[in-house]
Design a protein around this ligand. Structure first.
Ligand code: ADP
Length: 302
């Protein structure tokens, strides 16, 4: 590892620096440099939204993710990056118990959300998913009107007071209101791909979550729609804690405050995902401490 600038990283860091208006966590972080699964970075996050401890995940007995420990800070954007199959989506889904919906999926270890074990027996998974919303790779609006898409979740949860206001607020927060305010009765599926994804974000926001998980939210979108979603993420960041899975490293560099890099290791002949490095995004992209991270971000594998 040298201090010499790397071509790819240079570009990305310029972009990171250009994020400009919001505070740079690195500027406030005087912690000693140490990264990896037992990152001291995690130790500096004293009031995390998630505390993940030794979380391992398997599907029908086949391990997919080795013990992961990390803390996710409040009101920041945390990116999970790494090559295909390294367990990013598996990790993300374990944060709101979406893995419960997959037959044969077993999650061990502990995940607390604001200090509470989300896997405790008396916890209602539906309430977990209301507080910790999710936006998927492919925009998936329901085949109902724009208004009803946003109102769907609140109606399901009995949050029907001032529903019009809630729908408007959610659409405004998702930067979609101006484009749809005159056609709320039209089908959500008639919107463009980027608008549909913002509609899905509005649908998540309508449930007043405090975390939004995003699983490759831009991978089905064109570059302009992608930038609109990235702008939106930056706007939402102050009000929500966001965890995003992306295979687009430039995107991680552009939008995230912290980055967790996962890779795949062979374990008894099985490919298993593991957390390699977790640090401030700027450091991951300029001074990766693990050779695998550096190889990945400089495009040498993945
Ligand atoms: P990534 O998001 O990094 O591409 P995933 O979390 O999707 O990785 O996958 C990690 C591993 O878990 C892979 O080996 C994948 O085949 C396996 N896996 C993911 N989802 C399922 C599932 N629903 N059923 C069985 N195996 C799965």
């Amino acid at each position: 590892m040298t201090d010499a600038p790397k071509t790819t990283a240079d570009t990305q860091v310029d972009t990171v620096d250009a994020r400009s208006t919001r505070p740079d966590p690195a500027a406030h972080d005087t912690s000693p440099r140490l990264v990896g699964a037992d990152s001291e970075l995690s130790a500096t996050i004293t009031d995390p939204v998630f505390e993940v401890t030794d979380v391992a995940v398997s599907y029908s007995g086949t391990p997919a993710l080795k013990e992961v420990s990390l803390r996710v800070p409040k009101h920041e954007i945390t990116a999970l990056i790494g090559p295909s199959g390294c367990g990013k989506s598996t990790m993300l889904r374990s944060l709101n118990r979406m893995n419960d919906l997959i037959d044969g999926c077993e999650v061990t270890g502990s995940i607390t959300y604001h200090g509470e074990n989300i896997y405790a027996e008396d916890v209602d998974p539906a309430e977990v998913r209301r507080r910790i919303g999710m936006v998927f790779q492919k925009p998936n609006p329901f085949a109902i009107s724009i208004y009803d898409n946003v109102a769907f979740g609140p109606r399901l949860h009995g949050m029907t007071k001032n529903l019009d206001d809630r729908v408007e607020r959610s659409l405004r927060s998702a930067a979609l209101w101006d484009e749809v305010k005159d056609k709320l009765g039209q089908p959500g599926v008639a919107l463009s791909g980027g608008q549909q994804q913002r509609l899905c974000i509005a649908r998540a926001i309508a449930l007043e979550p405090d975390v939004i998980l995003m699983d490759e939210p831009c991978s089905a979108l064109d570059p302009i729609a992608t930038l609109a979603i990235e702008d939106l993420m930056r706007e939402l960041r102050g009000d929500y804690s966001i965890v995003i899975v992306t295979h687009n490293m430039q995107q991680a560099a552009r939008v995230s405050d912290r980055t967790a890099f996962f890779s795949v290791d062979m374990d008894n002949g099985v490919r298993v995902g593991e957390l390699v490095e977790y640090d401030l995004t700027q450091r991951v992209f300029t001074q990766a401490s693990d050779d695998r991270t550096e190889a990945y971000i400089t495009g040498r594998f993945g």
